[in-house]
Ligand binder design. Structure first.
Ligand code: NAD
Length: 416
């Protein structure tokens, strides 16, 4: 593999993909993007946690060969562009990667580097598990009841980014076409956005969510849509989802509506219940009846709102991990932004990046590492020596630096 300006690690092997499945060597090369703003602080805290957990789990028999690739400000310095081809190629070629937050360049022609990464690598599912860690401050009474994984469609809906500014020539063209040809009565001073929802993109997203639910023995998959109002986009998302369940997973799933029709109140334990909820009601449901939900599959915008709301319920974005996954290629990432005001202060919470790493090791099948990281984080929080965002809300907690929190997690892992 030839890259323009990247230094490949001298050791390590590429992860292979065979029939859609990963074949992970004992020393995989994993590209990482440090990220902008607080990114370098976060990475400095997170990497030792990953290394400690891998070493503890496999005593040298497995090891990651980290491979730095660039996006954002560091890429701009090195390549003169924000998202170089080298980076996209390296992530595609090495299949699994992890990144810190990236600042959206102002006026650089990119809407967001994160969106570009997702679209150019066709990482069509944004996956956000939301689970409570004992001791983390939460605004709800029983945060423990929430344990969901949100699968959000990553390529269409508002992410398609098709819109025209009010008063622009193109906007006028669209408005007059619609009013003339399609019988609409859109005012001349309107701005226009187009909502796109295709069978292919909706189905592959729901398929991924159902597969995950079956593999992880989750109770249900809920499609969250606004199909009561947007029948042909969000309503279709739901219908296509049910089609996938019926046609491809009939042996493993049962539809909630079929259970209702048959008067069955207790679904069979061996099957994943596939159901749907209107988006606005879903926000209530997660607050009032969180135990009834385990995997959510959503179009882009609903999932965007829901992921942050759910994360807040479980203790905030500082602790919420995430991943963007395509058919095989996966990019794990801290879900918060680059918080530039805190850059270089060694202050912010590395929890989101560290737990994204835990997800990454789960994706690699290195489950022992995942368990060690999650347990390390849990114990470090229980000791009450946490970063400012948690410390200011946890009674009796002592504020520590980003790096100290990382080190506390390392210590817990080594002591396990
Ligand atoms: P932000 O998430 O960077 O910051 C919002 C606030 O959240 C901060 O002021 C801080 O109080 C808090 N915060 C963020 N990360 C934290 C952490 N690790 N620990 C504790 N507290 C934390 O959001 P923003 O200010 O809207 O965005 C800043 C930049 O990041 C923008 O350029 C934006 O486009 C970008 N962004 C990137 C991503 C991503 O890389 N996935 C996501 C969101 C925003």
């Amino acid at each position: 593999m030839k890259f323009q300006k990247l230094n490949l690690p001298t050791e390590g092997q590429r992860i292979a993909v065979e029939e859609g499945k990963l074949k992970v060597p004992a020393n995989p090369v994993l590209p990482f993007i440090e990220g902008d703003g607080t990114g370098p602080d976060l990475w400095r805290a997170a990497r030792p946690v990953f290394e400690a957990a891998v070493e503890k789990a496999y005593a040298g028999k497995r090891k990651v060969a980290w491979f730095e690739v660039f996006a954002g400000e560091k890429a701009r310095e090195r390549y003169g562009e924000w998202l170089p081809g080298d980076t996209l190629e390296a992530i595609s070629a090495y299949v699994v990667a992890i990144k810190g937050p990236l600042t959206t360049p102002i006026g650089g022609g990119y809407r967001s580097l994160n969106v570009s990464l997702r679209q150019q690598l066709d990482l069509y599912a944004c996956i956000r598990p939301v689970k409570y860690f004992e001791g983390v401050p939460s605004p709800v009474k029983r945060p423990k009841d929430l344990d969901v994984v949100i699968f959000r469609e990553n390529t269409e809906d508002v992410y398609a980014g098709i819109e025209w500014r009010d008063g622009s020539e193109k906007c006028h063209k669209v408005i007059s076409f619609l009013n003339r040809e399609m019988g609409t009565e859109i005012p001349e001073d309107a701005a226009i956005g187009v909502k796109v929802s295709s069978a292919k993109a909706s189905k592959r997203l729901v398929r991924k969510a159902i597969r995950y639910a079956i593999e992880k023995q989750k109770d249900s998959v809920t499609m969250v849509h606004k199909g009561n109002i947007m029948k042909y986009t969000e309503g279709a998302f739901k219908e296509w989802g049910y089609q996938v369940a019926r046609e491809e997973f009939a042996d493993y799933t049962v539809l909630e509506e079929d259970l209702k029709k048959a008067g069955i109140s207790q679904p069979p334990k061996s099957k994943v219940v596939v159901k749907d909820r209107i988006a606005d009601s879903m926000f209530q449901q997660l607050l009032i009846r969180p135990k009834e939900y385990s995997v959510l599959a959503t179009p882009n915008l609903n999932g965007d709102y829901l992921s942050d709301a759910a994360a807040a319920q479980a203790g905030g974005l500082g602790m919420a991990p995430g991943a963007n996954i395509g058919d095989a290629v996966a990019l794990f990432e801290a879900t918060h932004g680059s918080a530039p005001a805190y850059a270089g202060l060694d202050k912010v919470n590395p929890g989101s990046l560290i737990l994204s790493g835990a997800m990454m090791f789960e994706y690699l099948g290195w489950l022992e590492v995942t368990d060690l990281i999650v347990e390390g984080v849990r114990r470090a929080i229980q000791k009450g020596r946490v970063t400012y965002d948690l410390a200011r809300q946890m009674e009796g907690a002592v504020e520590v630096k980003c790096s100290e929190f990382g080190q506390a997690i390392v210590n817990e892992i080594l002591a396990l």
